[in-house]
Ligand binder design. Sequence first.
Ligand SMILES: Nc1nc2c(c(=O)[nH]1)N[C@@H](CN(C=O)c1ccc(C(=O)N[C@@H](CCC(=O)O)C(=O)O)cc1)CN2
Length: 287
Amino acid sequence: MTAKILDGKAIAEELRNSIKDEVERQVAQGNKRPGLAVIMVGEDPASQVYVRNKKLACEKAGFKDVSEVLPASTSQEEVLALIDKLNADDDVHGIIVQLPVPDHINPEEIIERIHPCKDVDGFHPYNVGRLATRMPQLMPCTPHGVMTMLAKTGIPLRGLNAVVVGASNIVGVPMMLELLNERATVTICHSATKDLAEQVGRADLVVVGVGIPNMVKGDWIKDGAIVIDVGINRMDDGKLCGDVEYDVAKEKASWITPVPGGVGPMTIATLLENTMKVAYQLDCKLK
Ligand SMILES: Nc1nc2c(c(=O)[nH]1)N[C@@H](CN(C=O)c1ccc(C(=O)N[C@@H](CCC(=O)O)C(=O)O)cc1)CN2
């Protein structure tokens, strides 16, 4: 079997176009443009690419971009003060801090300082708790983008054996919660998992986000499984590669995401979707 491609790039483009249309409709009715603040501290090369792409997507969708790039020497207090200012600004609907941050910055304290109703990354404990209690409000962009991609492709999840490899707060844990909320039977694997090949081998759906190139071998994949590769690793030759051994896995899977052009573009489109939700839909009950 050769897998069909889950074309995240095309699905994300369609989503971004519908967001752009909705923004123009809202603006024509006298509403504000959604405002997004991406805060980046330092000069991590991969983050520079992602932040540039987020700013570009913002601009194309008709959002107000109020992003800030701060030097690596910026203190924790300076970042917190900037977040306080953005929390109080009515033109700013979404605030995110691009991760990773330099070592002297405490990301948990930063994330908790963002008002939960402007937390368009969905990382604040309030939003994680809402997702865990099946009352989702703002959901983390990568896992929610994966869910959108699966829904738009018409892949049902109920009752599937889903295996999530990697237990990060950005991908693995919220992915597990999203799949559970759609009534998949979910296993989450991490560095202490005993036999990863065996776990992956019984999955109808496998989602991998570990940041290790080709870590999941293609011959572990069950015939006909759906393979979602969240990894984006830049190799010495400059090429991007995922966490799954793509060339072998694609001969076993029924559906597979490519890298690049799979999950990455969905992450950015979902960030716009979350920001638009805050601007036009969310009824925030929190002070
Ligand atoms: N505050 C956050 N930080 C990070 C997140 C996040 O969701 N919020 N996720 C990742 C990085 N990420 C988003 O910021 C991200 C990664 C990849 C892409 C993407 O479009 N990838 C392209 C390839 C781009 C390239 O040329 O390198 C693709 O896969 O086709 C977008 C966003 C960690 N930090």
